[in-house]
Structures are given as structure tokens and as C-alpha cells.
Ligand binder design. Structure first.
Ligand code: PTJ
Length: 256
């Protein structure tokens, strides 16, 4: 059953995102656990104030710089990411050389194919990760996510991993790759281990990332490198946690 969401509803935006995921779950794009994962994300978004905070903007700029300077950038797409931002992923492939790879935790050949078809329909020309001939196992990862594409994540130097589930970021870093995470939870293991962590809702972060990439295209190589060199992910995470802390302290003191 599809529900009608009235624009006047105070939580209309959030309800629409939920509907995208529920629809995606019915179509077997989103794993059932993906609905739970979004609930966790939403709770953190509440604490952040449901807007893109300054530390996230700084991380987005650095992520754009990393993607632009990468030789082989790849975005790893799971069910939630496919359902929430298919058009933005398509746009990313148009304005950069980023490859798209389906890599899911709750793995099934059928689900992989459904996600791939969905992404192709959204205008992405090539979707890696589903062809057996190119699938290789990487020892560093202890889940079904260890199966990666020989043309994609295996040889990537920069991997964008939105809504990640844990051990993989650490493994990819050990393999010498730079990892960009998008995760509303600044305390998650993924957030802590990534090279660059964007603490923001993927719905807001992806359009900003595309905007930032377009802007940096006009920058000189040395300027882009400076953005990367000056970036400190631990500082950014501390600032994100401090933002939540200060916001809650203010609300506790002054009320709503
Ligand atoms: O499609 P699959 O099979 O690969 O499964 C995907 C899920 C998301 C179910 C799987 O990766 C998983 O279980 O993830 P976790 O461990 O629940 O982690 C997801 C992280 O993403 C959590 O830290 C959430 O806070 C965060 N998150 C959820 N929704 C959003 C988000 N971050 C940014 N934007 C969101 N919309």
C-alpha cells in the first residue's frame, strides 16, 4: 500500500525518504535491515538538526578533491544508496571518471541483478560487481562484501562507501585505498576509520558533493592538492560530535 504524504505534514520530507526505502524494500532493492539502518541514521540526523553542518561541508570539499585527483575512483552501491540517490550517482559518473559497483552485505545474485537494472534505468551506463567472470575475493574482508569486481573496487585508489556496515572500510584502507564514507553516525567504526567522513544524510550530501566537484574543476592541481593535505578527519569527527553536544546542551538549557 502506498500512502499519500501531504507537503504540509511537519515531517513530510522524512516520510518521503522512508517511502523510497519501503518501496525499494518491496522491489527487493533495499534489504529489510536497510530499513533499520535508516532508522538509526534518522536518529542521528535529529541530533544534528537535519541540516548539513560545517564539518560535513569541509569533508565534502575534500571528498570532491580526492575524487577529482583519483586515477580509479569507484562508488560502492548498496540497496539503500541505490534507492535513495540513483540520479546523483548517474550524475557523478557523468562529471567524473567514477565507476559504479554494486556491493551488498545481504548478498544474493537476484538482488544484485535487480539493483543493477535499477541503476541502469537511472541512466548509469556501466554497473560493475555482478558479473561472475570479474568477481574476485579479497581476504581482508570477513563478509559477503569480500567479493569485488576486478575492474572496480579491486583496483580503485579512492572508494566512496556511503552507508557502510563496519569492517570493510578498515580493510580497504589496509589495502592502500583512500576511503570516503557518508555516515550520519560520527561514532560508527566506518566513520572513525575512513580517510574522509561526511557526517550528513546522503540525500543532502550527494547534491553538495556534485556541486563541489563542479566548482573544483576550475581549480589548479596544486590548489586541489592543498585541500587534501590540509584535511584532518579526526578533527572533523570531533567537530561533528561537538556540534551535537553543543546543540543538545543549548536545547537542554533554553528549551525548544
Ligand atoms: O544493501 P545491503 O545488503 O548492502 O545492506 C545495507 C545496510 C545499510 C543494511 C548495511 O550496510 C547495514 O547493516 O548497515 P549498518 O551497519 O546499519 O550501517 C549503516 C550506517 O549508515 C549507520 O551508521 C547509519 O547511521 C547510516 N545511515 C543510515 N541512513 C543514512 C545513513 N547515513 C547517511 N545517510 C542516510 N540516509
Amino acid at each position: 500500500m502506498k500512502i499519500k504524504i501531504y507537503d504540509q505534514h511537519p515531517r513530510a520530507h522524512s516520510l518521503k525518504i522512508r517511502e523510497l526505502l519501503i518501496e525499494g524494500n518491496r522491489a527487493n532493492i533495499v534489504a529489510t535491515a536497510g530499513l533499520i539502518a535508516f532508522g538509526r541514521g534518522e536518529a542521528f540526523d535529529y541530533l544534528l538538526g537535519e541540516r548539513t553542518i560545517e564539518p560535513a561541508k569541509c569533508a565534502i570539499k575534500t571528498a570532491a578533491a580526492l575524487i577529482l585527483t583519483a586515477q580509479q575512483p569507484v562508488i560502492s552501491v548498496n540497496g539503500n544508496v541505490a534507492a535513495l540517490v540513483p540520479q546523483a550517482i548517474a550524475e557523478l559518473t557523468k562529471i567524473t571518471k567514477t565507476k559504479v559497483e554494486v556491493n551488498i552485505f545481504y548478498r544474493s545474485t537476484q538482488r544484485e541483478k535487480i539493483i543493477k537494472e535499477f541503476l541502469l534505468k537511472a541512466g548509469i551506463k556501466e554497473v560493475l560487481g555482478t558479473e561472475k567472470d570479474y568477481q574476485v575475493k579479497i581476504d581482508e574482508i570477513m563478509s559477503e562484501r569480500r567479493i569485488v569486481d576486478a575492474r572496480g573496487i579491486l583496483i580503485a585508489d579512492v572508494v566512496l562507501v556511503p552507508l557502510e556496515d563496519g569492517d570493510r572500510t578498515e580493510a580497504l584502507i589496509k589495502m592502500g585505498k583512500k576511503v570516503i564514507a557518508i555516515d550520519l553516525n560520527p561514532l560508527s567504526r566506518t566513520a572513525q576509520k575512513a580517510t574522509v567522513t561526511i557526517v550528513d544524510n546522503i540525500i543532502r550530501a550527494m547534491p553538495l558533493l556534485l556541486q563541489q566537484i563542479r566548482q573544483l574543476t576550475n581549480y589548479k592541481q596544486a590548489q586541489i592538492q592543498k585541500i587534501i593535505n590540509n584535511y584532518d578527519n579526526r578533527r572533523i569527527l570531533r567537530s561533528a560530535i561537538a556540534h551535537i553536544n553543543q546543540r543538545l546542551s543549548r536545547l537542554a538549557k533554553d528549551g525548544f
